[in-house]
Design a protein around this ligand. Structure first.
Ligand code: SF4
Length: 157
């Protein structure tokens, strides 16, 4: 797509598609949701962090150098069973197949989110774009408030 459209325009288009996706997902009846899977990209973890979060997010020591700390706290606050860090699309799909969630809250870059939404359809996905701080794919950031807003919409009904 980037070869056809100007980069800025194509990013805006991807963001718009994700917004429409989220609106559609939230407009549906989400009352019977029992299992939520939160899928996070590896680039959200502080690059020099030595702990293996792919095997378990519980390995985070909550030092606060990255937003994983806040997300681990959501695990306890909202009693979420399924929070996974996936270094790529294949493992992300594996985690979805393993958890068989009713809904996924996924954090990734815009293009990966759109590919992922299509891959796991008909399972619904609420998409949260990550924020590139310096270089792409290293030490990315995310709007934690947005993730919590989605969790609240799904668990407090
Ligand atoms: S908050 Fe957790 S994942 Fe992030 S750098 Fe600290 S120990 Fe590592």
């Amino acid at each position: 797509m980037s070869s056809i459209l100007p980069k800025k325009f194509s990013l805006q288009l991807l963001k718009w598609i994700l917004e429409q996706n989220n609106k559609i997902v939230l407009s549906r009846n989400n009352r019977n949701i029992k299992t939520i899977l939160i899928l996070l990209p590896r680039c959200l973890q502080y690059f020099s962090c030595e702990f293996n979060l792919v095997s378990s997010i519980e390995n985070c020591r909550r030092c606060g150098k990255c937003k994983i700390k806040d997300i681990v706290e959501f695990k306890e606050k909202y009693k979420l069973e399924n929070i996974k860090v996936a270094p790529g699309g294949r493992l992300a799909k594996f985690f979805v197949e393993q958890a068989r969630p009713d809904i996924v809250i996924a954090v990734a870059c815009e293009l990966e989110l759109i590919i992922g939404i299509k891959e796991i359809f008909p399972i619904r996905t609420l998409a949260v774009s990550n924020i590139v701080v310096n270089k792409p794919c290293v030490n990315t950031d995310v709007e934690i408030r947005k993730i919590e807003e989605f969790i609240n919409l799904l668990v407090k009904r």
